[in-house]
Structure formats: structure tokens, C-alpha cells
Ligand binder design. Structure first.
Ligand SMILES: [Zn+2]
Length: 267
């Protein structure tokens, strides 16, 4: 089996996870910028984090033959302080030319607040001005439907944004259709206790098709499973998916989306 892990927070994981992912057939890992488990109190904290994502983490992954890519932003959970967010957004352009940076993400909404929405619009503007791909985080549970609608409208309001250069992550049964209908890609996150189980993810694929969908573990500092994508491939096998159809979802689809960034290469 070969697969991509298109959304993993490896700075929160132990090195053994790299070994296990490489052994399971992982060909590349992509790491969106995210919350660290605590609120950072200054732009300098984010500067150091962006250095970690662009300089240090790729070296750790390379020891296991794994290409490591990343996305940069201030995540929605820390976007309530608009002044801090604007200072962090101001730091991002100096990192965009680094060889493993794929675009702006994971931006989006957490509590669907007015300030979060303002910061989301600033990120969309930055991506449009600098011609970057976008990776979007959608809120959890009861806020997901409303938040997804707000995000889709914010993207549509900026005429410079091409829908197929944006992936909306953490979709579920009630949000996947509207994301695909707007022309975006959709990501499903496989979590043991919330978000999609393997069975739910494969149900979604069987109902909505696998044309512009990918799956990820979004493994982070919380309860999560770095091998969730290959585990779900086993569920697909149990349901008699062909090897080629599985390969499309877990390998060729993420490559198709990510290759829109010329820096992305899988050997
Ligand atoms: Zn994430």
C-alpha cells in the first residue's frame, strides 16, 4: 500500500510515529499550522513555530525518507485577538518561498465569531495576493454547518480565489455536498473519538464519490491515530473496493490537489 498523510501535526508526535508511517507506505506528510495546545502570547512564538515547520521538522521526517511539507497561518483558535493575528499574518510572506511551504492553512473558524471571520478574510486576501493554495479547518459539532456556510461565503466573496485551489477539511455527512458543489476539494478527518470513523468515511465516499475527496488522520497532541489512513484503506478492502480505487483516494487524489503547488513532489 502507498498513501499520503495530507494533514498531520507532527511537531506534537514522537519520532516512532514517523517510523510506523514510513513502514505502512506513507510517501509524504503535510503539516498545517495549528494550535499548540495553549495560546501563544506573542508573534515571536509563531515565528519560532514557522521555523520549526520549515526547517526542523523536515529534517526529522527525512531520517525516515519522508518528504515533509507544511502550511502557514495563525489558526482560528488563536484568532480572537485581531491585533496579534495581523502581526502574525505579517510574518508569513517571508516564509512563503521556503521549499516545503504549500500554502495558507489551516485557516477557518472555531467558534464562528466576528473576529475569527475578520482574520479568515485577511488570510484569504493573503493567499489571493501571493497565489497560494488554501487549506481550511471547519468547526466541530453543532457549529460545523453554520461555520462551513460562513467559510464558503467568505471564499466566494473574493473573486480572485479559484475554488479548486481550496480544500475544506473535516467535512462530514451534512457538509460534504455543499463543499463539493462550490467546486472545492473536501477532506475527511479520521479520529477515534470525534470526527469521522473509518466506517463513516467510507460511507461518505460511497455516497458522494471519490473525485475531489481525501482522507487524513490530523494526528496532533490529542487522542488521534497517525495510521488512520491505512487503517481506513483496510476497511475499504473489507468492502471489496479495488486496489486501484483505494489508491486513487489515499494516494493519487492528494497528489492531484497538492501538485497545484509546483514545489510539491513525491518520488
Ligand atoms: Zn489540523
Amino acid at each position: 500500500m502507498r498513501y499520503l498523510e495530507p494533514h498531520a501535526h507532527m511537531v506534537s508526535r514522537v519520532t516512532d510515529d514517523y517510523l510506523q508511517m514510513a513502514t505502512a507506505g506513507c510517501a509524504a506528510i503535510c503539516e498545517p499550522a495549528f494550535w499548540a495546545g495553549f495560546d501563544r502570547c506573542s508573534p515571536q512564538g509563531f515565528y519560532d513555530y514557522f521555523c520549526q515547520l520549515t526547517e526542523h521538522e523536515p529534517k526529522r521526517a527525512a531520517k525516515y525518507g519522508l518528504p515533509h511539507y507544511c502550511w502557514l497561518c495563525i489558526n482560528p483558535k488563536e484568532s480572537e485577538d485581531v491585533q496579534l493575528a495581523e502581526e502574525v499574518i505579517g510574518l508569513i510572506p517571508q516564509f512563503l518561498d521556503r521549499p516545503n511551504v504549500l500554502g495558507i492553512g489551516e485557516i477557518g473558524l472555531n467558534k464562528n465569531s466576528r473576529n475569527e471571520l475578520r482574520v479568515l478574510e485577511r488570510h484569504i486576501d493573503l493567499a489571493a495576493r501571493t497565489d497560494q493554495l488554501i487549506l481550511v479547518h471547519t468547526p466541530h459539532l453543532e457549529d460545523k454547518l453554520k461555520g462551513t456556510r460562513l467559510i464558503l461565503d467568505a471564499l466566494k466573496a473574493d473573486s480572485r480565489i479559484q475554488p479548486d485551489r481550496v480544500i475544506i477539511d473535516h467535512v462530514e455527512e451534512h457538509t460534504v455536498r455543499m463543499v463539493l458543489d462550490r467546486g472545492h476539494w473536501a477532506g475527511m478527518t479520521l479520529y477515534p473519538i470525534s470526527k469521522c470513523s473509518s466506517a463513516r468515511a467510507v460511507d461518505i465516499l460511497e455516497n458522494f464519490g471519490s473525485e475531489r475527496l481525501w482522507m487524513n488522520s490530523a494526528c496532533d497532541w490529542g487522542e488521534s491515530v497517525p495510521l488512520a489512513v491505512p487503517h481506513t484503506a483496510l476497511e475499504m478492502r473489507r468492502r471489496a473496493w479495488t486496489a486501484d480505487a483505494i489508491d486513487q483516494v489515499i494516494y493519487r487524489n492528494p497528489i492531484r490537489f497538492l501538485s497545484q503547488c509546483p514545489k510539491f513532489k513525491v518520488t
